[in-house]
Design a protein around this ligand. Structure first.
Ligand code: ZN
Length: 374
């Protein structure tokens, strides 16, 4: 199948996280004839595919996922989100940008590359999971990484096919992502009648002081590739509904997006110290959604930039914004991890899509990256 046919075939499978639902079978059939050794393994609710080609030289790995987020209300789409139809020269469907098209483009780039270079001086791996988008509790690719590390196998370069581009394919790449840390705070007070202020302890008033202080902290300066760490409150609730009652407690949820210049432990410590300093009776629970990752070395980035120069006539700018990605599991091995993929403006939205021009350009870019590896 060519890139468009393969992308359509994959999009037509309803592989909502953490289900692969048969995508791997199609992918396996596509690459087995190219000399790949393909293993499909499952951990808890998740399936993973690891395909390896060659046995000498550096390991170049393409990382991706076959799962997608739910479509949302299907009647709001211009076509059925799992029909993979072409509308106005764009392929429309859930996964068209995030990231079944990237998988199809990479596989076809490999086909063309191996036809011209049957015995390349580096190894080509394809590592795919069926749970990038879903909950950590369902399992992730970290198990595969741990297994590789146990065997002392090390991935040198990892290209993540996530939708990194902004206005045209290849205009933006990521060499890292911020970490994410969520705090669930309960401020304990003492409930009572508003007319008897000496008898109550108002958790809303206490929290006001905390919010003012914490939202004015400079957590770090970031670095040349990362914005400073940011703090945002996403939810706050308290009150009994009555106008004359001071509530007994208050719940607040907040989140840090943190740069590699900071750590989750440091953010937790500063937050807890502040609550203690302000004498706020509280309980606080943390969920760390992701560690930050950052590729400091320039070797792989240069390979990719040279490929972009060849196809696009210009290099990409580096922007490490956005949510989290599976690059975070690979990078701690010391792997140079770079994200480069389609435009991200429609991901997770109604009418997710990729233009046919972008789809063929993506294949050309991935092919040029492979050629630059020689
Ligand atoms: Zn994705």
């Amino acid at each position: 199948m060519n890139t468009l046919e393969l992308a359509q075939k994959l999009i037509s499978i309803k592989s909502i996280s953490p289900n692969d639902n048969g995508c791997f079978k199609i992918i396996k059939d596509e690459i087995i004839g190219l000399g790949f050794n393909v293993e499909i393994s499952s951990y808890s609710n998740v399936e993973n595919l690891l395909a390896k080609h060659g046995s000498k030289g550096k390991i170049f790995c393409f990382l991706g996922h076959t799962d997608v987020v739910p479509s949302g209300p299907e009647d709001q789409w211009i076509v059925d989100p799992f029909s993979a139809q072409i509308v106005d020269n764009s392929l429309v469907g859930r996964g068209a940008a995030d990231m079944k098209s990237s998988i199809a483009a990479f596989i076809n780039a490999v086909k063309i590359f191996l036809a011209d270079n049957p015995d390349p001086p580096f190894q080509i791996w394809i590592l795919l999971t069926s749970n990038e988008e879903g909950e950590i509790s369902d399992g992730k690719i970290d198990k595969i990484i741990a297994e590789l590390q146990n065997k002392n196998i090390f991935i040198d370069y990892c290209l993540v096919g996530e939708a990194s581009s902004k206005h045209s394919v290849g205009d933006v790449l990521r060499r890292g992502r911020r970490g994410s840390l969520t705090g669930y705070l309960t401020v304990h007070g003492k409930q009572g009648h508003v007319a008897y202020p000496k008898e109550v302890k108002n958790p809303i008033h206490a929290c006001g002081k905390f919010i003012e202080k914490i939202s004015n902290i400079n957590w770090d300066q970031g670095n040349q590739d990362f914005d400073p760490t940011s703090f945002q409150i996403s939810n706050i609730s308290s009150g009994t509904g009555a106008t004359n009652v001071v509530p007994g407690d208050l719940q607040m949820i907040f989140n840090f997006r943190f740069s590699p210049e900071n750590t989750a432990d440091n953010l937790k410590r500063i937050t807890s110290d502040l609550l203690i300093d302000l004498n706020i009776e509280h309980s606080l629970e943390w969920v760390q959604n992701a560690e930050p990752y950052y590729t400091k070395n320039d070797d792989f980035i240069e390979i990719i930039q040279n490929a972009l120069l060849k196809v696009n006539g210009k290099k990409a700018i580096i922007d490490n914004g956005g949510g989290t990605s599976d690059g975070r599991w690979i990078s701690p091995m010391g792997t140079e991890t770079i994200e480069l993929g389609p435009l991200n403006k429609t991901i997770h939205k109604i009418n997710e899509q990729i233009s046919l021009d972008d789809l063929s350009k993506l294949e050309k870019i991935y092919l040029a990256v492979l050629e630059e590896m020689i």
